[in-house]
Ligand binder design. Structure first.
Ligand code: PRX
Length: 650
């Protein structure tokens, strides 16, 4: 818990301002805030200008069509994403520039120039075709952070097969649900991957998932190298193919499929307020334009940069700011397989020094962990190559921002705090590093061409309330896969024609502060977890009668999962059951959803109409005085719970 002096520091930081260093602005892509006026003056023309920087096989006839909530961008245009990320760079000096420097957790290194990456992607795209995958077929990808993850995504886009990447930490059941929902025909996985020195048995998990689904015809398996035995992977005759066998004789020539600007590029599942994750659908032309432009301006990418985003390709940050945005910009980037504290807590900083990383993009939860580990770790490495720092995924507390600024950035590097979501496709609210005066903790203002504000329930502008995006943007999600009604309900039903992201926000000194989710979605270490998903995993255990899940503040993870559980009659509750239930959630969803605490209770606090009062549970979980209980059906329940929680170890 924070003490009074920390809170005082925080107040001080919240009012400090940091203009961009003069040297930085002088060389930046954007050095004047005229860009905002220019973009707002004709926002369609602004985005169109960015689209023109990409390669199109056929031009669009209309920049933007809006039949709320359905948008179309660059209507009639044809292009290919893989072509724009690879082929486009092959005629000039970028051809032999390093595209990817990969470092495995075990120290293995592989690098690819743009020409080499292009050849590898073509080979694999031909391999996919040989397995019968064609335009429009969905491909599920369940891989560790190895180069083949990017290769697989680019190969899918090359042949027009929408991919659905599933984070390697998800359970077989979560993978199966996502395969089923998208009716994927093919699954790409690996025998295993490294995490903190142990082998994650991906192929075993994939087999368990495929056994629960009907749509998968083939499984392509990448040999991660050196772990075949430890992973316990076995191949199913006729169904499974090793990646290296598939690409061995494949041609390095694979023409990129001309795709309509509005063809589906990928589906990415994310948690919502029900037990079922949403398949967020992104399309081709608008998405690429958005991530290309934002990568270039927000990260100020130049030809001599070495960029490193520490996300996993299983999340939207990995899609937009490892694969598509940076590669469309032809940048050199670092990709790292493993944990930041393996074999010790200096790993990230050694990587920065070794490869001369210039732009570094990570999550606040990681920064808080670095802070706790202490300054001695980064001090062991020379971080003088860094010139720009970024954060994403959750609000950054001003203390962590200051630490990042002072200890990692040596007070020399601007920090871009970027707000966006799986649904927005790309960055929406952010400083521009050569222009914006920042204050620790605020994402400051919308990216040029994006219009966002704060509204109340009635749709009136207020200084504190709900964040709202008031104008369509090219990277916006187009729908939810197979459920357009949910798309309308979730994002477009609060106000007419205005996007509701589900975040709270406030405006202070002209800056936009994002305050976190206002729905039943938790943000645990920068990952979205729906309380309903965890609740349904818990009641899936035969011994559980009812459960309610809330978030509890955490110094490192931002929030952790706290589960209140009532058991069925005759079930003995205690530490053993708590441990089993935590593991059950891991088995059902994945380790990211593991409850930090399971609290047993005879009853859950409910209103007279039977609604669980989560607000009270959150107060109890965070040790706050209980607020108004007058609407409770049985006030004694809360008192019993408070006593129980105070006495529990979590
Ligand atoms: O609550 C906001 C938070 O993360 C949510 C989006 O999560 P996801 O779709 O998983 O994407 C994460 C990576 C883009 C948002 O609704 N969030 C993301 N970035 C920030 C943030 N909250 C505050 N400040 C940010 N910079």
């Amino acid at each position: 818990m924070r003490n009074a002096s920390d809170q005082f520091d925080s107040l001080l930081h919240e009012h400090r301002t940091f203009p961009p260093p003069a040297g930085f602005s002088a060389a930046a892509h954007v050095a004047s805030d005229d860009v905002y006026e220019e973009a707002d003056g004709d926002w369609q023309a602004w985005w169109e200008g960015w689209a023109r920087e990409l390669d199109w096989f056929e031009p669009w006839h209309t920049v933007h069509e809006w039949d709320a909530p359905h948008a179309r961008w660059f209507v009639g245009g044809k292009l290919n994403v893989s072509h724009n990320c690879l082929d486009r760079h092959l005629d000039g000096p970028r051809r032999d520039r390093t595209a990817l420097i990969w470092e495995g957790e075990d120290g293995e290194r592989r690098t690819f120039t743009y020409a080499e990456l292009h050849a590898e992607v073509c080979r694999f795209a031909n391999g996919l075709k040989a397995l019968g995958v064609g335009k429009g077929d969905r491909v599920a990808i369940y891989l560790p952070m190895i180069p083949e993850a990017a290769v697989a995504m680019l190969a899918c886009t090359r042949i027009g097969a929408p991919h659905s990447v599933v984070f390697g930490g998800f359970s077989p059941e979560s993978l199966a649900d996502r395969i089923d929902d998208a009716e994927a025909r093919l699954l790409i996985t690996a025998d295993g991957g490294y995490r903190r020195g142990s082998v994650v048995p991906l192929k075993k998990n994939a087999d368990a998932a495929v056994a629960r689904t009907d749509s998968i015809e083939h499984v392509v398996v990448v040999a991660r190298g050196g772990i075949e035995e430890a992973s316990g992977a076995t191949m199913v005759e006729g169904r499974d193919v090793w990646y290296h066998d598939l690409v061995a004789d494949a041609s390095t020539d694979c023409p990129a499929e001309p795709m309509d600007a509005e063809d589906v590029l990928f589906i990415l599942y994310t948690s919502g307020t029900t037990g079922k994750p949403k398949g967020v659908v992104h399309t081709t032309g608008g998405y690429l334009t958005h991530v290309y432009a934002t990568s270039k301006l927000v990260f100020d990418l130049k030809d001599d940069d070495v960029y490193w985003c520490t996300a996993d390709v299983g999340w939207i940050t990995g899609h937009s700011y490892i694969v598509y945005g940076p590669m469309a910009n032809g940048v050199t980037q670092v990709m790292y397989e493993g944990a930041p504290d393996h074999p010790d807590r200096g790993r990230f900083w050694r990587i920065c020094e070794e490869y001369g990383v210039t732009v570094f993009y990570t999550a606040p939860t990681a920064i808080r962990a670095f802070m706790r580990w202490g300054e001695a770790w980064p001090a062991k490495s020379d971080l003088s190559s860094l010139r720009l720092l970024g954060t994403v995924g959750e609000p950054i507390n001003p203390e962590a921002w200051m630490w990042y600024h002072e200890v990692i950035g040596a007070e020399r590097c601007p920090i871009v705090d970027t707000w966006w979501q799986t649904e927005t496709g790309g960055i929406m609210i952010t400083p521009l590093p050569g222009v914006t005066t920042t204050t620790p903790g605020t994402a400051v203002r919308p990216f040029p061409g994006v219009a966002a504000t704060i509204l109340n329930e009635a749709g009136e502008e207020v200084d504190a309330g709900f964040l709202a995006v008031t104008r369509p943007w090219p990277g916006m999600l187009r729908t939810i896969w197979g459920d357009d009604e949910r798309f309308r309900q979730t994002y477009w039903s609060k106000w007419d024609g205005i996007y509701f992201p589900g975040d709270g926000a406030k405006r202070e000194n002209g800056n936009l502060w994002i305050l976190g989710r206002v729905d039943d979605v938790l943000n645990v270490a920068g990952h979205r977890i729906g309380t309903a998903e965890v609740e349904s995993a818990l009641v899936d255990d035969q011994r559980v009668a009812e459960s309610a899940v809330v978030g509890r503040k955490d110094d490192i993870k931002g929030e952790v999962v706290c589960a209140f559980v009532t058991t069925k009659e005759g079930v003995e509750s205690g530490d053993e059951l708590a441990a089993e239930l935590k593991q059950h959630v891991v088995d059902k969803i994945g380790a990211i959803a593991r409850p930090a605490a399971v609290i047993f209770t005879a009853d859950l606090p409910k209103t007279r109409s039977g609604k669980i009062m989560r607000r009270l549970l959150k107060d109890i979980a965070e040790g706050r005085a209980i607020g108004d209980t007058t609407t409770l059906a049985d006030p004694a329940v809360v008192q019993a719970l408070e006593e129980k929680y105070a006495g529990s170890e979590g």
